[in-house]
Each structure stands twice: as C-alpha cells, then as structure tokens.
Design a protein around this ligand. Structure first.
Ligand SMILES: [Zn+2]
Length: 168
C-alpha cells in the first residue's frame, strides 16, 4: 500500500458499493456511508472483500485465486505508475546524476576578487554580463544617468512655489 488516501473510486469499488446499497433509498445510503468506508458492512467471513491498493475503497475480488490487489484495471495501471514514479524518485535521491560543469561555473564569483579560471570561458560567457563599450558610449550612458537617474526613469518635475511662502 502506497498510502491510505481515497482517490476516485474504480469500477470494482463502485460495483461493490452498488451491491451493498441495493434496495436502499438515498437517505439510508447517506447514513450507511461511513459504516461502508470503515468496513463494518462487510461480511466478516468473506475473504474476497478487501481494500483497493490504489483508490482505497472496498471491492469484491472476482479473480480465480483471490489475488487481486486493485479493484479494476485502471486502478492497477495507475498504481503501477505511482509505484514506478516512487522508485524513480528514490533512485534519483540515492545516487543523483552528477551535474555537468558549464563554462559559467569557471567564474570564481565567491572569491574576494572574482575572476575567471579559464580565458576561453571568459571570452565566450563573460561578454554577456560585462559588455565592452567605447569611451564615447560610456560618457553618453553616464550623462543620461545624471539627467534621468538610474534605470532610465525620468525624475519627477519639481514644483516651485512662486508665492514666496516656503511653508506651503
Ligand atoms: Zn480501485
């Protein structure tokens, strides 16, 4: 059993519930429902009634040797999928794939003076972050920053009070 939460009931579970509730009105069924989920309505000697491993509802096993663990084929497929996903996750957790080293890993950013460990990597990756600029272009950027502030946003125009009363 992977867990004990209820999922959408499978065909077999619905069939069994129909058998149990046959001939009862809606109100009666509502009252019997919690007893059914607890398993109180099952006949004690009936070894064929069990919980589905996937949807977790009771069902009646019609198989020859009474070896079914899920109520229908859909539940079986979903259960197997869940099992496989869990196994894969466990495997990945126990021996994770080693991370492939990329060129940007060669930038030693954690040092007091960050630097590149490899010149080729610096040329191929570094230009995206530190673009070379001509002196003219840098002057232009600086003057624009002085005018508008950082981020190219225009400064709010100052409203000057011409009445001469500075308190206002
Ligand atoms: Zn089921």
């Amino acid at each position: 059993m992977l867990n004990n939460t209820y999922r959408d009931p499978g065909e077999g579970a619905i069939k069994y519930a129909n058998q149990v509730f046959e001939g009862n009105s809606r109100v009666e069924i509502e009252m019997m429902l919690s007893a059914l989920l607890k398993g109180d309505l099952n006949k004690a000697e009936d070894k064929r009634v069990k919980r589905c491993d996937y949807c977790n509802y009771w069902f009646c096993d019609d198989s020859l040797r009474n070896t079914c663990r899920t109520c229908c084929d859909d539940c079986k497929i979903s259960y197997k999928t869940l099992q496989r996903r869990k196994q894969r996750a466990e495997k990945a957790f126990l021996n994770p794939k080693p991370k492939k080293e990329t060129k940007s890993d060669l930038y030693l950013w954690w040092l007091e003076y960050p630097c590149w460990a490899n010149e080729q990597a610096m040329i191929e990756v570094g230009w995206r972050f530190e673009k070379p600029m001509s002196a003219r272009k840098m002057d232009y950027v600086l003057s624009q920053q002085e005018k508008y502030g950082k981020g190219n946003r225009k400064k709010k125009a100052e409203i000057i009070n011409y009445n001469g009363n500075e308190l206002e």
